[in-house]
Design a protein around this ligand. Structure first.
Ligand code: IMP
Ligand code: MG
Length: 180
């Protein structure tokens, strides 16, 4: 049973709905009259992307990219590799990168740097979760769903070894699953 692998529910389905609504409202206010392109970083942001888009009441475009971060382990690998690039030319767009979690910040700070070289008007970051205690790179998110303590979480898009993404809540993974 998947549920036995989760030690504790950290953010419930209902709380996630409220968080996404709040983020959508903020983004809707901030991006009026902007040329908005929402970029989802696969695969972890798939849930937040799908739900957040419906709470942004503005004309917008979307695109997807995939970068490497963690393999099957729970510690950061250090640098970022583009696995799937964007289709849209970024010139002139107001980019909003949607991420599942900001941990060491290495992934997003590298990604932001890469995207900034492509001539967008602006690049901002929206992350569902933020683990500020673990930050290594000098980066802050413009929109944060929830700040969480230093624990490995799964669900609502977030995985461990590609599993648990389909959980409708965010939960702390039991350390017994990764052998601690
Ligand atoms: P960073 O480069 O350390 O900020 O790592 C960001 C990426 O690591 C996220 O997009 C996630 O894919 C993964 N990650 C970091 N912390 C967790 C976690 O607690 N659960 C699942 N994935 C995580
Ligand atoms: Mg991941």
């Amino acid at each position: 049973m998947i549920k036995n692998d989760v030690e504790k529910v950290l953010i419930s389905e209902e709380e996630l709905k409220e968080i996404i609504k709040r983020l959508g409202k903020q983004i809707t206010e901030d991006y009026k009259d902007k040329n908005l392109l929402v970029v989802s970083v696969l695969k972890g942001s798939v849930m937040v992307m799908a739900d957040l888009l419906r709470e942004i009441k503005l004309p917008l475009r979307i695109d997807f990219m995939a970068v490497s971060s963690y393999g099957s382990g729970t510690t950061t690998s250090g640098s970022v590799k583009i696995i799937k690039d964007l289709d849209i030319n970024l010139a002139g767009y107001d980019l909003l990168i949607v991420e599942d979690i900001l941990d060491s910040g290495v992934t997003l700070s590298n990604l932001k740097e890469i995207l900034l070289t492509r001539g967008p008007a602006r690049v901002k970051i929206c992350t569902l979760l933020d683990k500020p205690e673990r930050r290594k790179a000098d980066i802050v998110a413009d929109y944060v769903g929830a700040r969480i303590p230093d624990a490995f979480v799964v669900g609502y898009g977030l995985d461990y070894d590609e599993k648990y993404r389909n959980l409708p809540y965010v939960g702390i993974l039991s350390p017994s699953v990764y052998g601690e």
